[in-house]
Write a protein that binds this ligand. Structure first.
Ligand code: IMP
Ligand code: MG
Length: 178
């Protein structure tokens, strides 16, 4: 697995430090409230598990599925959202937790759908932001790291369902996925 990685972008230690700070910041920003953390599967699951353990508040967690990629590394353009009709977020302070924002299409679509369900507030927390790839503007309230335009895997991020178990985030060698 390791030999498919060309470069370590964010080490375990960098991630631990940044995620701790993000969690503490959320704890301060939502002081006195009970935020509902809404994770976008599957990529968010490692990030979510670490993040929420640094939020020193009552908080709830739920997950939804969304995908814009098939098994390759290039966006298919279409966004598939799982069933969000049962979410019951009306009046809640919702924080969407995402692994990475690339074109922005997934988040834009999700955001619009969630806003129709009338949450009290809606913010977005993404571990990685590939800003240079944005096709549609979407505001991200909390960002772990900005990242270059390379295909990232590890710490929950996959390529065709593999590499999610790498403890750091690395760039995948193009020859592995081309
Ligand atoms: P977007 O709709 O183009 O912003 O795509 C966002 C989704 O694509 C993320 O939630 C990821 O699941 C996936 N994605 C985008 N870039 C990468 C990457 O570098 N590695 C792994 N998954 C990625
Ligand atoms: Mg994904």
């Amino acid at each position: 697995m390791e030999r498919d990685i060309s470069e370590v972008l964010f080490t375990e230690e960098m991630i631990r430090e940044r995620v701790t700070r993000l969690g503490m910041q959320l704890g301060r920003d939502y002081d006195g409230r009970t935020p509902l953390l809404l994770g976008v599967l599957k990529g968010c699951f490692v990030f979510m598990a670490d993040l929420m353990r640094h939020i020193d508040l009552y908080c709830e967690v739920r997950f939804i599925t969304a995908s814009s990629y098939g098994s390759g590394t290039v966006s298919s353009g279409g966004v598939r959202l799982g069933d969000i009709s049962q979410l019951d977020i009306e009046g809640r302070d919702v924080v969407v937790v995402e692994d990475i924002v690339d074109s922005g299409l997934t988040l834009k679509r999700l955001r619009d759908c969630l806003l129709e369900m009338r949450p009290a507030s809606l913010r977005i927390c993404a571990l990685l932001d590939k800003k240079s790839r944005r096709e549609i503007e979407v505001e991200i309230d909390y960002i772990g790291f900005e990242c270059r335009d390379v295909f990232c895997v590890g710490y929950g991020l996959d390529c065709a369902e593999r590499y999610r178990n790498l403890p750091y985030i690395g760039a995948l060698r193009p020859e592995v996925y081309i």
